[in-house]
Write a protein that binds this ligand. Structure first.
Ligand SMILES: Cc1cc2nc3c(=O)[nH]c(=O)nc-3n(C[C@H](O)[C@H](O)[C@H](O)COP(=O)(O)OP(=O)(O)OC[C@H]3O[C@@H](n4cnc5c(N)ncnc54)[C@H](O)[C@@H]3O)c2cc1C
Length: 369
């Protein structure tokens, strides 16, 4: 019997377990997760009677097949009207995010912004993140929305260190009109109060799940790992953790930025404006965004739970979007022998891999193994 090992039980690992059980029902699949639960940050936690996840975990996709697949297992409530806003302290104002041309007339430096917008250079020729954004939206909008936010988000001093551009604001420089009019994505969140949790149970029901299990030694070239005092050999390995971790950092440890989450309950039924789900803070506030969880969960309470995300070095959450580190990740990926694959956000070492992409990757892999 073909033996498969899945390393990590986040969305990517659980989706891989399910897709393999559908495509290859006779394979013998083991999933190893170091913590005591499946789902990682997507697991629903509770505070003061309110459900929440570690960060928003908003399901947003343009992939119909992935949406239908997830919706059948954990029915999704669509929220097409969702909006994000950004606080710009220098203007004492909140504006739409991604940056919206309709907000420019509300800005005190409207004239300067319009002059800059009328003589933009081509962003295609930009060599670094700063140049890319200045040539896309002009210096003033870049300073307001992107410059300090990016440094805070990635815990760096200089945006010129970045030579990939698309992560923020999600590859969209300037939009017009309300979000619902231009965003083609399917947006939603599970209807049930435990969020995605039933998915993690369901997706792994046909595989052996080892929780609270630490792999002590990885021998990926031989497709074997050491845990619980023994070596175990596999035919196929699906990895969802940092590629440098499974190769004992032979090319150095791949860097990640982490997150701390502070949660607090406020004594109002609703805190954010009606359709606003996230509020970003683009200046020198120590946090990147606030999330009002009720917008997703529709939890009924006279109070509301807010989550505040603070960039930190805790956790391997966000792979650095720099060519230098992506090249090191590629070197690790190239070390993988046949039938070893890395997927998910950390495994792919790509920040842009979200929940939907992790599911898509697992669908694709189950077809070729
Ligand atoms: C704060 C935050 C907010 C987010 N919000 C959204 C959002 O709104 N929408 C969206 O689509 N995506 C969001 N994402 C990203 C999305 O949740 C992930 O891309 C997706 O869940 C895929 O995760 P993964 O399985 O690749 O990794 P992870 O969720 O990190 O799972 C990896 C798993 O591997 C385990 N592990 C680590 N090391 C080992 C080891 N040595 N042995 C065994 N197990 C190990 C970990 O404990 C973890 O359970 C967010 C991410 C973060 C960090």
């Amino acid at each position: 019997m073909i033996k498969v090992l899945i390393i990590g039980g986040g969305f990517a690992g659980c989706a891989a377990a399910h897709q393999i059980s559908l495509a290859k029902p006779l394979y013998d699949v083991t999933l190893i997760e170091k913590s005591s639960f499946l789902g990682a940050g997507n697991k629903t936690r509770w505070y003061g009677g309110h459900p929440y996840t570690f960060g928003p975990r908003h399901f947003l996709t343009q992939d119909e097949e992935v949406y239908k697949y997830l919706d059948e297992i954990v029915p999704i409530r669509r929220c097409k009207e969702h909006e994000f806003i950004t606080y710009i302290s220098q203007d004492s104002n909140f504006y739409n995010f991604p940056i919206n041309a309709d907000d420019i007339p509300k800005m005190p430096d409207e004239e300067k912004i319009n002059t800059e917008l009328s003589c933009l250079k081509s962003p295609e020729k930009a060599c670094d993140f700063e140049e890319y954004w200045i040539s896309s939206i002009g210096e003033t909008l870049y300073k307001k929305f992107v410059k300090d936010y990016n440094k805070k988000m990635w815990q760096i001093d200089d945006n010129k260190l970045f030579d990939t551009f698309k992560w923020s604001p999600k590859g969209i420089a300037l939009k017009k009109g309300p979000r619902a009019a231009w965003d083609q994505s399917i947006s939603g969140y599970p209807i049930n109060e435990n969020g995605y949790d039933p998915y993690f149970e369901f997706s792994t029901q046909n595989c052996k799940v080892l929780l609270s299990t630490k792999i002590e030694v990885f021998d990926i070239p031989q497709k074997r790992v050491f845990f619980n005092g023994e070596w175990f050999k596999y035919d196929i390995i699906i990895n969802t953790i940092s590629p440098s971790d499974i190769f004992e950092n032979v090319y150095g440890e791949l860097p990640f930025v982490g997150r701390d989450l502070i949660k607090f309950v406020l004594p109002s039924e609703n805190v954010f404006p009606d359709n606003v789900y996230f509020i970003y803070f683009a200046g020198d506030e120590p946090f990147t965004r606030l999330v009002e969880y009720k917008k997703f969960t529709r939890h009924k309470s006279p109070h509301s739970l807010i989550g505040m995300e603070i960039p930190s070095m805790n956790g391997k959450h966000y792979p650095m979007p720099m060519k230098k580190w992506q090249a090191v990740a590629d070197k690790y990926h190239n070390l993988q022998p046949e039938n070893v694959f890395s997927i998910g956000r950390a495994g792919s070492y790509r920040y842009e891999v979200d929940i939907d992409d992790s599911i898509r990757q697992s669908m694709d892999i189950s077809k070729i193994i």
